[in-house]
Design a protein around this ligand. Structure first.
Ligand code: URA
Length: 300
């Protein structure tokens, strides 16, 4: 069921904040920024960005939110010797073969093998505290891949990403651009296990989990990745740049275009930044329209 736009905006708590403007000029900042990056995307945005989506005051005088950067060492090498094949995991009495490249083995897996490998993963300490792994949810042939940080308490219980309050907001954000969880959309996290007390993921946990996301991307072959939040963006793009710097541009993850936006949980605490998230969604949607309408990907 598609929610009426008013209902969506209400759910997003945008209605009391956003102001309707009489002129089209209000959307120009978005178009201008996209135009710097991808002229064709800007053209699509110009045609399709709904005029209802009136920009709020913050857009004209944007508040720069300085998100603290706590970089992890993404250059840390993946240990080669600790890959434990699924058949061994299923039979813990079997000797674990050493010296096998864990990453290389994961890169050979099909969807089911990957899912099983994630479910059995013991590669970091999070295996001891998780209730279950959270592989991801949605259409394995999706055009859109949305990536968050790591499961929270609710996700850990239910085995599905974004099912708590942040998930509700994410579903509303998707609805605002006529998307729905599971329909041409796949949702995953950088980490497949919940960090205890929802603490920030540790660098070594990211390094161990990273091949899983990479293989998911290879198998799904999405047209576009939306990295939600500082942590997902920095992990995927292997950077310590602040989210404010990464937004509004097209990035690349192993050949797949990436758009960066705020994490829904952050938006729940920082309502004014929902306007910026809306800009990001419009940019993502325009990019997708271009990707779907042409064989030539937008330049990244
Ligand atoms: N936050 C995330 O990053 N992922 C989830 O699955 C839930 C909350």
């Amino acid at each position: 069921m598609t929610l009426p736009r008013e209902a969506v905006l209400k759910e997003l708590e945008l209605l009391p904040v956003w102001r309707r403007r009489a002129t089209v000029a209000a959307v120009e900042p978005v178009v201008a920024r996209a135009a710097d990056v991808v002229p064709a995307v800007a053209a699509v945005m110009d045609e399709t960005t709904p005029r209802v989506d009136v920009m709020m005051d913050q857009m004209q005088a944007p508040t720069v939110v300085d998100i603290p950067v706590e970089a992890y060492d993404a250059s840390m090498p993946v240990e080669e010797a600790e890959f434990i094949p699924n058949e061994v995991l299923a039979k813990p009495d079997v000797d674990v073969p050493l010296g096998e490249s864990r990453r290389a083995a994961i890169m050979q897996m099909d969807w089911e093998a990957l899912r099983e490998c994630v479910a059995n993963c013991q590669s970091c300490a999070l295996a001891e505290t998780r209730t279950q792994t959270v592989f991801g949810v949605g259409d394995p042939n999706a055009d859109w891949l949305l990536v968050g940080e790591a499961p929270g308490a609710e996700e850990d219980k239910r085995g599905e990403p974004f099912v708590g309050q942040a998930g509700k907001l994410l579903d509303n954000m998707l609805a605002a651009i006529q998307l729905k969880r599971g329909e041409k959309v796949y949702i995953a996290n950088v980490l497949k296990c919940r960090p205890p007390e929802n603490r920030d993921p540790h660098g070594e946990e990211v390094v161990k989990c990273d091949p899983f996301l990479k293989r998911q991307v290879e198998l799904i072959r999405p047209k576009l990745i939306v990295a939600m939040g500082r942590f997902a963006a920095q992990s995927i793009l292997n950077t310590d740049a602040a989210i404010g710097v990464l937004r509004g541009k097209l990035h690349d993850y192993h050949g797949v275009p990436v758009v960066v936006t705020y994490h829904p949980a952050y938006l729940l605490r920082n309502l004014p930044d929902k306007a910026k998230a809306w800009e990001d969604l419009c940019f993502a949607r325009a990019t997708m329209q271009q990707l779907q309408s042409t064989a030539t990907p937008p330049s990244i």
